[in-house]
Design a protein around this ligand. Structure first.
Ligand code: SAM
Ligand code: SF4
Length: 329
């Protein structure tokens, strides 16, 4: 369905839980967040119900995210049911990779064909520091398993932070020379609980690209039709993989934004970076007719702003208040 700015809104990102087995510095405090109560989390049947209503409106692409989606009980059963919904053409998952080694085959068999793994350091100690206790070896084993099982493409999301992992930019880039993976550098966003000074840690992707350019022969990938959303894609000459840049802050890509987000507590959100949403759970649980839910989804599409205002009006570090783990990144 087209929004009032002519964007075709066909992509739904679903946060299935706000819980996580890591505590990344930029996403959650050490003690975790005050978690959404069990009764307030959308049940799997409710998510499936919303998706079935969204498909006739033109939604064909779903991403399962969180929190950490693989920690929610019976996630595989949910994924299988999701993959059976007619009209969905693309079902993907974003994970921190800690549990991926044991889930990869079953996820693939259920019908998930694309996976994004978040990985901010290739050094064991630093990875444990950034994630407050994560085990790098488990994530690397998960990535390799996903590759063996047949996920294509495998995307690795790296949030670059000044003074923390910017010394690893070239090591991440090098991976794409040797392996068919897509490394995607993501700008740190001032969202939810960011337990660090965003202003001092934020690094523009222009800096990252320039750094890679100084070492490697890197070229943009020219796409006839933009198929990879907000990513600017590059390739190192002779390499197997790709390097992508997602520059939400320095070069917003709102004009091509095609997505809505369903939060773990059942709110539908027109934009990641503004604090507006519509509650779908309450009407759903009070038994409203599907036609009314359809109208609510249309209302959210109608509310989709032309662009986020994080980097507007001289206030580039204005925060978005809801937690990333409940919205789903
Ligand atoms: N737990 C899963 C994971 O880490 O991949 C899925 C959820 S996580 C919220 C999704 C993505 O959001 C991750 O790639 C994470 O790095 C990113 N993210 C979280 N907080 C962020 C922030 N403040 N700025 C930029 N990216 C952030
Ligand atoms: Fe968990 Fe993902 Fe947030 Fe890290 S970014 S704390 S892995 S939800």
């Amino acid at each position: 369905m087209l929004d009032k700015f002519g964007r075709d809104i066909n992509y739904l990102r679903v946060s299935v839980t706000d819980r996580c087995n890591l505590r990344c510095l930029y996403c959650m405090p050490k003690q975790g967040l005050s978690l959404i109560g069990h009764d307030d989390i959308l049940r799997y049947e409710e998510i499936l119900h919303i998706v079935k209503i969204a498909v006739p409106l033109g939604f064909s692409k779903i991403r399962i995210t969180g929190g950490e989606p693989l920690v929610r009980r019976n996630i595989l059963g949910f994924v299988s049911s999701l993959c059976e919904i007619e009209g969905l053409h693309d079902i993907a998952l974003t994970t921190n990779g800690i549990l991926l080694e044991s889930y990869a085959q079953a996820l693939f068999d259920a019908g998930v064909k694309r996976v994004n793994i978040s990985l901010d350091s290739l050094q064991h100690e630093k990875y444990a520091y950034i994630t407050r206790g994560g085990d790098l070896a488990s994530v690397l084993a998960g990535i390799e398993k996903a590759h063996r099982v047949g996920f294509v493409p495998i995307k690795i999301n790296v949030v670059v932070m000044k003074g923390l992992n910017d010394d690893e930019i070239l090591n991440f880039a090098k991976i794409t020379f040797d392996r068919p993976y897509r490394i995607r550098f993501i700008e740190l966003m001032p969202i939810g609980h960011i337990g660090m000074d965003h202003k001092n840690r934020h690094l523009s992707n222009d800096f990252v690209l320039e750094k890679i350019r100084q070492r490697y022969d890197i070229h943009p990938i020219l796409e006839k039709k933009k198929i990879d959303g907000p990513v600017r894609r590059y390739k190192i000459a002779g390499g197997y993989g790709e390097i992508g840049f997602i520059s939400s802050i320095s070069r917003h890509f709102c004009q091509s934004c095609n997505r809505l987000r369903l939060t773990a507590d059942g709110h539908l959100r027109p934009c990641l970076l503004s604090d507006e949403d519509i509650d779908l759970k309450t009407p759903l649980r009070s038994g409203v007719k599907d036609i009314e839910l359809t109208e609510l989804i249309k209302d959210v599409i109608a509310k989709k702003p032309m662009r986020h205002d994080i980097s507007r009006g001289g206030n580039p570090h204005k925060k978005c208040l809801k937690e990333m783990s409940s919205i789903g990144g």
